[in-house]
Ligand binder design. Structure first.
Ligand SMILES: Cc1ncc(COP(=O)(O)O)c(C=O)c1O
Length: 337
């Protein structure tokens, strides 16, 4: 195993040994190629560089308590990549290509899978780009799927800690019927300015509102939002929210805890009624939200400095499944032999 200070890892790129690549040319995908270079040789007029024909995924492999390595819900990431590819008119990889390559990248970079007990994991970044040379805006005829890995640290190193977020109406993340519901680079590019404004003001993240009425909650940074109230797990539904695989899993775990699950438009007026709320995604599983400040109205929603009971329970159960400490009764994990 690589000699790294696993406990000190953050969320930064770190070179590993191999990545997997597929090329789409002449109407078909190549076989998987294993590559040891971190670089891509690409035409300066490649469609991904000019018109944002780029999309990606993010998922993690965990070294479990029993020594087995588990990839979490890899098939769901494959399906989400397919829907992103359809939206950008990029060639659609098959689920098998995606899943096989993720498993192979995990195997080939075994020495970078963090030891059990460090809270760290091996993050996989599948990336699909249009590569043919273009001047005009059109669908890509050639593409490349690359899957690489990087070890990353636990998001909260000393246990969950509530974050402060800001409602900022200055910039929008995604438009209705735009690309908010798929994982394309453009969504993230357009969120950087509001994210940096939030950081300058001392907040961890931005709570985005719908862009028509600016009344309904969409997402919290690069994560979905949920609130808990009166025995209910409530999470926003909208055509411009990325369907989070963590949120999908939490909805199941919430129901197991006896919570009623509601997926529907959630108005900002409801913020004052939640007993706990949080952001959820692969990076942290759950980031409990301690405070939400509305920049325009100066309204402050305070949820306290303690982690909510349900947030903590759902976090623990999901991590127990990922690290092989609890039964994977829904078949979410793929054990990589
Ligand atoms: C915009 C956005 N929303 C939500 C999520 C959470 O999705 P997942 O739980 O599949 O990681 C992500 C990615 O992590 C994201 O980028």
């Amino acid at each position: 195993m690589e000699n790294l200070d696993w406990g000190a890892l953050g969320f930064d790129y770190r070179k590993t040994d191999f990545n997997a690549r597929f090329y789409y040319r002449d109407g078909k995908w190549s076989d998987m190629e294993i590559c040891d270079s971190e670089y891509i040789n690409m035409h300066m007029s490649a469609a991904c560089l000019h018109y944002g024909l780029e999309l990606f995924e993010g998922l993690k492999a965990f070294r479990g308590k029993d020594g087995k390595v588990r990839l979490f819900r890899v098939k769901d990431n494959a399906l989400r990549m397919q829907s992103s590819a359809r939206r950008l008119c990029l060639p659609v990889p098959t689920v098998d290509m995606f899943v096989d390559a993720c498993c192979e990248v995990v195997r080939r970079n075994e020495r970078f899978i963090p030891p059990y007990g460090t809270g760290a994991s091996l993050y996989l970044r599948p990336l699909l780009i249009g590569t043919n040379a273009v001047l005009g805006v059109k669908a890509a005829t050639e593409a490349m799927l690359v899957i690489f890995a990087s070890p990353v640290g636990a998001y909260f190193k000393e246990g969950l800690k509530p974050i402060s977020v800001i409602i900022d109406r200055e910039q929008d993340r995604a438009a209705p019927r735009g690309t908010g519901d798929v994982k394309v680079g453009g969504n993230y590019a357009s969120s950087i300015l509001s994210g940096s404004h939030a950081h300058e003001r001392g907040y961890s993240n931005v709570l985005y509102l719908d862009t028509v009425e600016r009344k309904f909650i969409e997402e919290c940074g690069a994560a979905n939002f949920f609130g808990i109230r009166d025995g209910k797990y409530i999470t926003p539904k909208s055509g411009s929210i990325l369907p989070s695989i963590t949120n999908k899993s939490l909805r199941v775990l919430a129901a197991d805890l006896g919570l009623e699950v509601e997926e529907r438009p959630v108005s900002i007026e409801e913020l004052s009624t939640f007993s706990e709320c949080g952001a959820c995604g692969t990076a942290a599983v759950i980031s409990p939200i301690g405070k939400i400040v509305d920049m325009q109205t100066d309204d402050v929603y305070d949820y306290g400095t303690e982690v909510g009971e349900y947030s903590q329970k759902m976090f623990n159960t999901l991590q127990d499944i990922q690290y092989g400490r609890a039964e994977d009764k829904y078949g979410w994990c793929t054990v990589v032999e």
